[in-house]
Design a protein around this ligand. Structure first.
Ligand code: NAD
Length: 321
């Protein structure tokens, strides 16, 4: 078995490699070559932790496995560890033998940022100039870096529920050589692309805040009850997702579907756009919305890529198992 420890991931994995892996696996999901298995997520009754598994099999990329982990809210204060902890296990699809164990913390941020970046590539207007960020926490910096690579953005505007966190994303914009302006939500209409990555349970971005032609990547809603944007915005938009089953149950679309504003059939897997079987955006006036719920196959795809890189560079630790 090969081990790629968490400490090695930052030097091995690039945003480009994560993007390529995620774009490929979204395409494989839409063509029926890759399938996510039902997610398990349980409160374990210890340390207030939420623990679970996200797994699947990609027949095209031959990645079989799962990500195990979750959220330990007391880690940072009690132990100086990050609250989200995860590990990816890959198995040989020919034999069932375990192939690799890979640190999953940084990979989760990279694969999540890659997902919204893939959506921007395929759905945003080519002439997008202003990027709007909603959220300024841990994931937001990764999201911003990846988003900036997809279009020739000239400015970043940002809003956060906790304004004192905005310097986190301002720093990334400035590093990229772009001006940053903190704005109220009613100025999000100036953005051509909006990335939302918060842990909110009620909407921040309202339908009236968004102009025609905008692409919105809703990346924070990955659990029943969470919500980042007003449900009626999904009725105004063309809605895309990583996986429809998750979008309607734990994603941003759960609310619009529950309120009868849209139906499951109105939501298109982004892989169909990547594969060219769905046109995606059809005019410069469309509002496109990507509901990024986060699937296990994304984790397996980036973990498989990092194992290949680790083997290539002689960094993978081999153990007899
Ligand atoms: P974080 O705790 O570092 O940041 C949370 C962010 O949400 C901050 O910007 C905070 O100000 C904001 N926020 C908190 N309460 C809010 C409220 N009531 N209204 C509006 N904003 C509020 O968390 P993070 O690690 O950056 O994760 C952000 C979200 O992304 C979480 O919900 C997490 O579960 C989700 N996530 C999704 C995926 C995916 O694949 N879609 C992957 C990883 C994380």
């Amino acid at each position: 078995m090969l081990i790629v420890p968490e400490r090695e991931i930052a030097d091995l994995m690039t945003r480009e490699a994560a993007f390529e892996a995620v774009e490929k696996v979204f395409a494989a999901m839409a063509s029926g070559d890759a399938r996510n298995f039902p997610v398990v997520r349980e409160a374990i009754g210890h340390e207030d932790a939420l623990y679970g598994f996200k797994g699947g099999f990609d027949r095209a990329g031959l990645a079989l496995g799962l990500k195990a982990g979750g959220y330990w809210p007391n880690n940072l204060d009690k132990r100086g560890l990050i609250n989200h902890q995860s590990t990816v296990f890959l198995f040989d699809p020919d034999t069932g033998k375990v192939r690799a164990m890979v640190g999953g913390n940084l990979l989760t941020a990279l694969r999540t940022a890659a997902a919204s970046s893939v959506s921007i590539k395929h759905l945003a207007r080519d002439d997008a100039k202003v990027l709007g960020m909603i959220g300024a926490g841990h994931q937001a910096t990764f999201q911003l870096r990846a988003a900036l690579e997809q279009r020739k953005f000239e400015k970043v505007i940002g809003w956060n529920y906790h304004p004192d966190m905005l310097p986190n994303i301002e720093k990334v914009a400035v590093e990229a050589g772009l001006p940053f302006e903190a704005v109220e939500l009613d100025r999000m209409g100036e953005a051509d692309v909006i990335v939302s990555i918060t842990s909110a349970f009620s909407p921040s971005l309202m339908a009236g805040h968004v102009c025609e032609g905008t692409h919105i990547a809703c990346m924070g809603t990955d659990t029943k009850g969470k919500q980042e944007v007003e449900a009626v915005l999904l009725k105004r938009a063309r809605v895309f997702t990583d996986e429809v089953a998750q979008s309607v149950s734990i994603g941003e679309a759960q609310h619009a579907v529950a309120e009868g504003l849209i139906a499951e059939g109105d939501i298109t897997p982004i892989g169909a756009v990547i594969n060219g079987t769905h046109p995606g955006r059809t005019s410069d006036k469309d509002i496109t919305l990507f509901d990024g719920t986060g699937v296990g196959l994304q984790d397996l795809a980036v973990a498989a890529a990092v194992v290949d890189l680790a083997v290539e560079k002689g960094i993978a630790i081999e153990v007899d198992f």
